[in-house]
Design a protein around this ligand. Structure first.
Ligand SMILES: [Zn+2]
Length: 106
């Protein structure tokens, strides 16, 4: 999904759509802060390029790491390298815990 698909013109968005887009953008912002804080390297682990990553997700839907074919999964945050497409995936409970710790210390 490109960023453009998350943003509709103002008059086409219902309140719920707008809230979901704001929440998605908030998650993206917090995730970027998290990666800087814990020292995630800018370089892609696959191609070595220092490029921006595409934050994956759509509105309230976020990536997951499947555990089985039965639908069990781990919640995740993920970003795709804009050079080679390699997807870096982060275990959401760890990310969310760090974000919460930061928010409560602000
Ligand atoms: Zn790459």
């Amino acid at each position: 999904m490109s960023d453009n698909e998350n943003q509709k013109p103002e008059d086409m968005s219902s309140d719920e759509e707008r809230r979901e887009i704001e929440e998605f953008n908030r998650k993206h912002h917090k995730f970027v802060e998290f990666t800087k804080k814990v020292g995630v390297k800018d370089e892609c682990p696959c191609c070595g390029q220092s490029v921006n990553k595409i934050f994956l997700g759509y509105r309230s839907q976020m990536p997951v790491v499947p555990v089985s074919t039965l639908g069990k999964y781990y919640p995740a945050y993920a970003g795709a390298c804009t050079n080679c497409g390699f997807v870096s995936t982060f275990f959401a409970p760890v990310v969310d815990k760090k974000i919460q710790e930061d928010e409560s210390s602000e």
